[in-house]
Design a protein around this ligand. Structure first.
Ligand code: CDT
Length: 309
C-alpha cells in the first residue's frame, strides 16, 4: 500500500524581540489550522520558532539569556499548540531553545505525534558563529556561547508511517548529517532554519544565500534518497534580513513546493514515502556501493590537513 504523507512547510515571518510567547503561539496555531485545512498531517515549523533569533545579541547576564529558553515542553504557553494539534489530529515539528532540569542549554526540535505526544527530540549538533562578543559585526551570532552541541548525534524514529529525522539550520550544510540519517533508512528529514542574508565574516557570500540554502538541502535529499522539508524564519527581524525559501524537496532532489513570501506562509505537498526507494535501491544502495573503509578520515580527523607544500 502506498505511503503518502501530506507535509506542510509552515514558514514564519519575523518575530519581534518583545513579542510574548503567547503571541507567537497564536501565529503557530493559525499556521497549523491553515496547514490542516490544506490537508497536512505533519506541520514543520522553523528553528527557534517561539522567539526572535536571540543569538544575534550579546547578553552578558545569564539570567537574561535563560529567559529565551523553555524549561518544559509543552509548557504553559505552548500547551495550546499541542492541544490544538491533537484536536485536529495533526503532528508537528517545533524548534525551540531548551533548558534541561540539569541546566544544559540546547537548540532543540521535537517531533510531535498526532495525539500530542513527543515522538522524538533532536538537539542541534553543528553550532555556527562564535562564543565571544565581537563588536565589529553588524549583529552577533552567539550560538557557540548560548548552546552546547547536542550530545546524541543524528537519530531517527518511526513515526507518521515512515522513518523520520530532524536537523537544525547549520546542520543542513553538512553532508555527514544527512548521511548519518540516511544510514538509518531515513525517508523524511525535517529542518528548521534562521539564516541572515548577511554573513559578517564573508559578505561576498551574501548574494548566494538562497542558492546555497537550496543547494545543500537538494543534495542531501538526492544523495540519501529522502524527502527534505526545510522551513525558514524569514524577513526583516529586528533590522536583520533573513532568507526565506522554505520548501519541500523530493528524493529526486527536485523542489516540489516553495514559499514565495518572507512572511507567515504555508505550502503543503503529498509525499510518497516509498519514492526514495528508487534511489536507495539503485545508485544509492548503500549496502552495495559504499566503501566505508575509504572514509576513515571522516571520523578520525576534524580540520583539513593538506600535504606538506
Ligand atoms: N541558525 C543558523 O545555524 N544559521 C546559520 C547562519 C550562518 S553561520 C553564521 C546557517 O547555517 O544558516
Amino acid at each position: 500500500m502506498a505511503r503518502h504523507l501530506h507535509v506542510a512547510a509552515a514558514q514564519l515571518g519575523p518575530i519581534d524581540r518583545d513579542a510574548t510567547r503567547a503571541e507567537v503561539v497564536d501565529r503557530l496555531v493559525a499556521l497549523l489550522r491553515e496547514s490542516h485545512s490544506q490537508g497536512a498531517e505533519l506541520v514543520v515549523f522553523p528553528e527557534l520558532a517561539l522567539t526572535t533569533f536571540f543569538p544575534r545579541w550579546y547578553l552578558p547576564d545569564q539570567n537574561e539569556v535563560d529567559e529565551w529558553f523553555e524549561r518544559d515542553m509543552p509548557g504553559p504557553d505552548t500547551k495550546v499548540l499541542f492541544d490544538e494539534a491533537a484536536r485536529l489530529g495533526v503532528g508537528f515539528v517545533l524548534g525551540y531553545a531548551e533548558l534541561t532540569p540539569d541546566a544544559h542549554h540546547y537548540n532543540t526540535a521535537v517531533l510531535v505525534e498526532r495525539d500530542g505526544t513527543i515522538a522524538h527530540r533532536y538537539r542541534k549538533v553543528h553550532l555556527p558563529g562564535h562564543d565571544q562578543h565581537e563588536p565589529w559585526r553588524a549583529f552577533q551570532h552567539l550560538e557557540k556561547r548560548y548552546f552546547e552541541p547536542g550530545p546524541d548525534g543524528f537519530t531517527v524514529c518511526r513515526a507518521f508511517g515512515g522513518v523520520v529525522g530532524m536537523l537544525i539550520c547549520n546542520d543542513r550544510r553538512w553532508p555527514e548529517a544527512y548521511r548519518s540519517l540516511g544510514l538509518q533508512g531515513v525517508e523524511l528529514v525535517c529542518i528548521g532554519y534562521n539564516t541572515p542574508v548577511h554573513n559578517p565574516p564573508a559578505p561576498e557570500h551574501d548574494r548566494l544565500g538562497d542558492f546555497h540554502n537550496h543547494l545543500v538541502m537538494q543534495s542531501g535529499a538526492y544523495q540519501n534518497g529522502t524527502w527534505v522539508v526545510g522551513v525558514a524564519k524569514a524577513g526583516d527581524e529586528e533590522g536583520v534580513p533573513m532568507i526565506g525559501g522554505s520548501c519541500i524537496i523530493a528524493p529526486s532532489g527536485e523542489i516540489v513546493a516553495l514559499c514565495t513570501s518572507l512572511g507567515d506562509e504555508v505550502v503543503v505537498h503529498g509525499c510518497d514515502l516509498d519514492s526514495g526507494k528508487s534511489y536507495t535501491s539503485t545508485v544509492f544502495d548503500f549496502a552495495r556501493h559504499r566503501e566505508p573503509g575509504a572514509y576513515w578520515r571522516l571520523t578520525t580527523q576534524k580540520g583539513a590537513e593538506p600535504p606538506a607544500g
